[in-house]
Design a protein around this ligand. Structure first.
Ligand SMILES: [Mn+2]
Length: 444
């Protein structure tokens, strides 16, 4: 039997660790009200290292005198609790499934840590997630200094961030991870096409969102990776507009930023298209400026390059566009030097993508101010946009109420890139064609 991928990842993490003990906690249920909870989402680092989606669990990895041990703590079997809230694996089954050395009840974590901590130089915890677990481990470590039995083997005296190590591993996606994202992208493509087919004057943002949620949930994806943005007209100028409750108007554009999620892996796609199916002259002009900048950034996506280079290229093309549109005057260089373009392009060009929609991977080379160079297996978004809110003074009247963004998901390959979302309509012609499709084609 081949070793499971999660075991391979844990072994790699153990190799990266100095002598020490790591405690990596799962997510816990978040209380909503009375006896109900918010939808559960597993902690991404814990999922990456175990594949488990159970709440209230912890992984402990020990590396001491050249020997390693992997221990998993999960909720114990409990027939009554399971009758209400679903099956639990239990410690034995969870240990077997994940190929760790030992499995225990999560109720024993504190007691076991007292036994396990002595003799390790470093305590690895996450410094910003499940800080209750980090605090607990640190307190146990401190109390052990005062106990007699700790005289021979001292508890760890140094705290290190395990998140930094796991998140560096997560930067490079392996084939299983890429496969999840490819599959999710098929659904995301379908949902964006369905939205283009459904949208017309009088239909609401809410209805378009509902259709996309239906398709994301129907599968094989398992819902949306983040709160969908379905923003008609001027609403597109609110970058994180998630109210999605207004009617769509003739002559307006509709900006949709929405992606499905599969087994925790996110897709993150934005398309902007005309509500009535045809771009106006000025909409087309702005759209193509953004598209040109995006295509230029995609072309720069290859090993060795970095996000800063892409952002510089996008900023240059968008700023030239703003000059052509008579929004800015002067040269590209002086406008960029004064950050004048930031008023209309206030966000970054993209972000890492993976188990989290804004994947927790390092943006800088450790200990430097240098951007992380692209290498085979990294995945990120490229999402330039321009926004001209109605409320803005001193811009041409015809631009007011236009907000456009185009976003694709890019995988770096050995000698270039692959656009994972290449199939989703993007040029003016492709979009106008997709708007003509019958929405019934997407329903069942
Ligand atoms: Mn994005």
């Amino acid at each position: 039997m081949s070793e499971n991928i999660y075991n391979t990842r844990r072994k790699k993490l153990l190799e990266m660790m100095d002598d020490g003990i790591a405690v990596i906690a799962s997510a816990v249920y978040q209380h909503k009200s009375n006896d109900t909870e918010f939808p559960f989402r597993q902690n991404s680092n814990f999922r990456y290292l175990t594949g488990l989606t159970e709440a209230d669990s912890a992984l402990v990895l020990s590396k001491k005198n050249g020997k390693t041990k992997q221990i998993l703590f999960v909720r114990p079997k409990d027939p009554i609790a399971e009758m209400w809230a679903g099956k639990r694996l239990g410690p034995d089954k969870a240990a077997e499934l994940t190929e760790v050395d030992e499995g225990y009840s999560i109720n024993d974590l504190e007691e076991k840590l007292e036994e396990l901590l002595p003799g390790h130089e470093n305590l690895y915890v996450h410094l910003s997630e499940r800080t209750d677990i980090a605090d607990m481990a640190r307190k146990i470590s401190a109390s052990l200094f005062h106990k007699k039995r700790a005289q021979k083997e001292l508890p760890p005296a140094t705290i290190k961030n395990v998140g930094a190590l796991v998140e560096r591993m997560r930067l490079i996606k392996d084939e299983t991870e890429i496969a999840q994202m490819r599959e999710a992208m098929i659904v995301t493509d379908k949902a964006h096409r369905a939205a283009m087919a459904l949208a017309k004057p009088g239909v609401t943002e809410q209805e378009v969102n509902a259709l996309m949620m239906y398709l994301f949930s129907k599968g094989p994806s398992q819902g949306s990776a983040y709160d969908n943005i379905v923003a008609g007209g001027n609403n597109a100028c609110i970058l994180h507009y998630i109210k999605n409750d207004e009617p769509l108007n003739s002559g307006d554009l509709l900006l949709i930023d929405a992606g499905s999620e599969l087994n925790g892996y996110a897709t993150d796609i934005t398309r902007t298209f005309p509500v009535s199916g045809t771009f106006t002259g000025i909409q087309k002009e702005v759209y193509n400026i953004i598209l040109d900048s995006q295509i230029a950034a995609i072309e720069l996506s290859k090993p060795g390059n970095n996000s800063k280079m892409l952002h510089a290229k996008v900023s240059e093309i968008l700023t030239q566009g703003l000059i052509d549109l008579k929004v800015l005057s002067g040269s590209v260089e002086e406008n960029i030097a004064k950050d004048n373009h930031r008023k209309f392009f206030p966000h970054g060009t993209g972000h890492w993508l993976g188990l989290d929609v804004h994947d927790q991977n390092p943006y800088l080379v450790e200990g430097t101010n240098e951007p992380t160079p692209f290498e085979k297996g990294v995945i990120f978004t490229i999402e330039p946009g321009l926004y001209f809110p109605k409320e803005l003074d001193n811009i041409p009247e015809e631009l007011k109420g236009i907000g456009i963004r185009t976003e694709d998901n890019i995988l770096i390959t050995a000698d270039g890139h692959e656009n994972l979302s290449h199939m989703i309509p993007k040029t003016v012609e492709e979009i106008e064609e997709a708007c003509k499709q019958d929405v019934k084609d997407f329903l069942f």
